[in-house]
Design a protein around this ligand. Structure first.
Ligand code: SF4
Ligand code: SF4
Length: 358
């Protein structure tokens, strides 16, 4: 008679990565002597055991179809050694154990449309969120912004001639994954949500929606005899947090949902402490499929930084040195009232607005 089996956990976080490592990486785990970069897009690691590994980094379109994945796997089998990994900014890396394999691998990647770069002082691939693909609250498509912008910054990805590395990110709602970055593009709602009162009672758990609002702007209300909600528009900060638990509180709007640009975010504590981003461009049109206004503003910031920053200054270091007034002069971005944090809770967060300088 078959013995009862222990039920195995099916969802217990990411699998142990050791099983997927290139054999040389596994063998030399934690035993590296030094690394260098023979050229942009290639990392060379040397172990205390004498082993050497070259990692070739390539950019992809991030949201990949099955044919692209098969293509990358074929390249890994044919030109590398069958192992790949993805970086946190969604670049793919191929590992090889001999210098002779690097050039043919790069040639094949570039021939197939995958630029090699993203290391050192380059513009990295844009970290982005999933947008329309599998999230319930986006106000724009993030992947499209990434594609449009990286097409413009293609050569900056392949070169390493920025003052320091430049991390970019996009976010398709105002409140969740849009990470810290040197330059971040974040959706910006400018009008409070519009409520479809006929649907609220059927679709939304009202206490959950009321609790969700960070400024207590939502109240339960009876509308046409039906339980619904109302928004105190004077309090609402247009964050969009009420829309996910209550889709009838629609805040996305083709005209009033805009894009904003934030700069100076840094997560690491290398050389200087981590910094928060500050908004430097507001109300840019959400203009697919190429988002030209956003590209223009990002390039102004990027090239002003490239021209003016000292070696190894991150974007936040550069702004700290020259000050915000000069930042706006050099980038020729207009400083408008929309960049001033006038929220009633601003006493606690005035440091987050560019008009205050400490
Ligand atoms: S940024 Fe917001 S909308 Fe975009 S994937 Fe993250 S949670 Fe969803
Ligand atoms: S958009 Fe944000 S601030 Fe406005 S009502 Fe919804 S949750 Fe509250």
């Amino acid at each position: 008679m078959a013995q009862p089996q222990m039920r195995r956990a099916t969802e217990s976080g990411v699998p142990d990565n050791q099983q997927f490592l290139h054999p040389l990486l596994k063998k030399n785990y934690g035993n590296w002597k030094y690394h260098d970069r023979p050229r942009p897009g290639v990392l060379h690691h040397v172990s205390h055991s004498g082993d050497e590994v070259w990692s070739v980094r390539a950019g992809t379109q991030r949201q990949m179809d099955v044919w692209t994945i098969r293509k990358l796997c074929d390249i890994a089998d044919q030109y590398a050694e069958g192992h790949v990994r993805f970086t946190i900014r969604s670049n793919i890396e191929f590992m090889v154990s001999s210098a002779a394999k690097v050039a043919p691998l790069i040639a094949e990647l570039e021939k197939s449309g995958f630029p090699v770069g993203g290391t050192g002082n380059s513009v990295s691939m844009i970290a982005h969120t999933q947008g329309w693909l599998h999230c319930d609250i986006p106000g724009t498509d993030a992947s499209g912004v990434v594609k449009a912008l990286m097409d413009e910054l293609y050569d900056e990805f392949r070169r390493e001639d920025m003052p320091n590395r430049v991390h970019l990110s996009t976010s398709c709602c105002e409140i969740n994954c849009g990470g810290q970055a040197d330059i971040a593009i974040i959706v910006q709602h400018t009008k409070p949500p519009k409520i479809n009162h006929d649907l609220v009672a059927n679709v939304c758990e009202r206490p959950a929606v009321v609790a969700r609002c960070p400024v207590a702007a939502i109240r339960p209300a009876l509308v046409n005899g039906k339980p619904s909600l109302e928004v105190d528009e004077k309090k609402c900060i247009c964050c969009g947090a009420c829309y996910p638990p209550c889709p009838p509180m629609q805040i996305n709007d083709p005209e009033h949902s805009k894009l904003a640009i934030w700069v100076g975010g840094k997560n690491s504590n290398a050389r200087a402490k981590p910094t928060f981003m500050k908004m430097v461009a507001a109300g840019l049109p959400n203009n697919p499929p190429r988002w030209p206004e956003v590209s223009e503003a990002v390039k102004r910031i990027l090239y002003a930084y490239k021209a003016d920053a000292r070696p190894w200054e991150r974007l936040s270091d550069w702004i700290d040195r020259i000050g915000w007034p000069r930042f706006f002069e050099r980038t020729e971005l207009p400083f408008t009232k929309y960049l001033i944090d006038d929220w009633r809770g601003a006493r606690a967060n005035l440091n987050a607005s560019t008009h205050i300088r400490f």
